[in-house]
Design a protein around this ligand. Structure first.
Ligand code: DQA
Length: 140
């Protein structure tokens, strides 16, 4: 099973960025632990701070992955282009957020992506990614 994790803007700073919200672990550390926990999954990871970088990755990978786990960061709340790309590709996408966006500022309550994804997981810290992975592994 091929699963790609895509992180959007500022998520390269995980571990350093607002640790009270996003925790103290870098994504590289977390990604290594996921690979160890799920050796049967062909797991890969991409991060970009630019909307274009995320679009190019979705276009390139969105026809050959069994699932994509996407944390689009702030673009979740602004990007019609990323929503259109998700609708255009074949691979199912799960939207994830580390924080519970519904507990935060109201501008984080709206997602352009939610209507075009398979499901949404938010608020479980880094474990949001693992829960999304479990959802793909356990699907029929
Ligand atoms: C986030 C929530 C977004 O609102 C924010 O802009 C992020 C991270 C999360 O994982 O909790 O960059 O997607």
């Amino acid at each position: 099973m091929k699963i790609l994790i895509i992180n959007g803007p500022n998520l390269n700073l995980l571990g350093k960025r607002e640790p009270s919200i996003y925790g103290t672990m870098s994504f590289d550390q977390y990604f290594d632990s996921l690979k160890t926990l799920y050796p049967i999954v062909d797991l890969s990871y991409f991060q970009s701070n630019s909307e274009g970088g995320l679009l190019d990755c979705l276009h390139k990978e969105g026809f050959n992955q069994d699932g994509i786990i996407l944390n689009a960061g702030a673009y979740t709340h602004t990007s019609v282009a990323i929503a259109d790309a998700i609708a255009a590709i074949n691979s199912p996408v799960i939207e994830v957020h580390i924080s519970n966006v519904y507990k935060r500022e109201t501008f984080r309550h709206h997602s352009f992506l939610s209507p075009v994804v398979k499901g949404v997981i938010a608020g479980f810290g880094m474990e949001s990614y693992r829960l999304a992975l479990e959802a793909f592994i356990n699907q029929d």
